[in-house]
Ligand binder design. Sequence first.
Ligand code: SAM
Ligand code: DTB
Ligand code: SF4
Length: 397
Amino acid sequence: MLGPTRVLLAESSTPGDSIRFNIPTNSLDINDNMKALDLAMSTPNPINSWTKQQIHEIYNTPLMELVYQAQVQHRKFHNPQEVQLCTLLSIKTGGCTEDCKYCAQSSRYDTGTKAEKMINVDLVMEKAREAKMNGSTRFCMGAAWRDMTGRKSGLKKISEMVSRINNELNMETCVTLGMVDQKQAADLASAGLTAYNHNIDTSREHYPSVISTRTFDDRLETIKNVQDAGISACTGGILGLGETPDDHVSFLYTLATMEKHPESLPINRLVPIKGTPMESELSELPKDSSRKLKFEHILKTIATARLIMPESIIRLAAGRYTMKEHEQFLCFMSGCNAIFTGEKMLTTMCNGWDEDITMLNKWGLRPMKSFRKSKLQPSEVSKTESPLQLFDAQKTI
Ligand code: SAM
Ligand code: DTB
Ligand code: SF4
């Protein structure tokens, strides 16, 4: 039997023009000399030894080729018809001690978001049930906390929310509560938590310009604690914090060289919040500043992430409501396969379920089933239900 097929590009005399060969290889030992894009496209398993140079090379591939290859990669590792629908609920809003320059919930800035107490378990169950009725299979709960130190009763209540959502609704659960230590991560794992969201937010280099009250390495430690406890890491960041394309490469480098790639990778587009330092800094930048995020850089980041972390679920997160439908479509073409959908993000707007269901149906996409990440071959995909049939079936509990 032939080994894995390696797709090679033979350059012609016209720049950018290339002829494609499928060359069977029985060994991938020759990887060292391969072009980074060829390496990404030929690997049967995720690689975590990427260099910044390789990621830079992929990120700077001409956009049309980059998006095309990302879509091919996507189809090798995921069912191209499936999108994971996740709904978010803020269970403890505002009053946060941290100084994240972008955040509506920091008590340091006058953003109009008031500090509230943690909401009760019954209300959480009501919201989770509503999310399930609308096709979401993952329910994520967020709290405006720096960390879980001294929050024993909070952790107990959250563990109860997690196990009730798992057991009564059979939904996947995710929480984002700030930093956690090994014991807190183990407690959440015992409650049955599927995933923990903790973002690196941006590149190591740009990070100190955004947050001073906890370090980049603090973030990595929480992610390790979560993974060591057997919980999936949902780890990504925000684009549009005044970073440059090199920061995108470095941000992806940190994620792609983790011992285990994030199971889920949220890509937030900054929602500039009036009253935050980030909003005022960005509004002062000249129009043509290289620190202003361009839409094509969102696509390059998503497509590169898909190529170098092929198994991860890439989630289009905050700020999606600011994108036109064709822009969202391009994000999906580049390898996104998950969204937050529902009434609200934490404090900012979200695209509603009905609007999303209409959009996905129009594109021939359907919700991913709970606890299942299909890796069907395209030939098998056509045998599955139509998006509409499945959508309607899932709306009944
Ligand atoms: N307090 C916890 C923490 O910071 O880890 C959990 C909640 S926090 C709001 C979750 C993530 O939301 C942040 O790490 C950041 O990536 C994202 N986020 C917060 N405000 C945002 C904004 N205005 N625009 C885009 N993303 C934002
Ligand atoms: C993530 O990366 N994005 C979500 C989720 N993880 C918890 C949160 C986005 C919050 C956006 C700002 C807000 O709504 O306040
Ligand atoms: Fe607090 Fe999280 Fe907002 Fe930072 S991002 S201020 S830690 S709620």
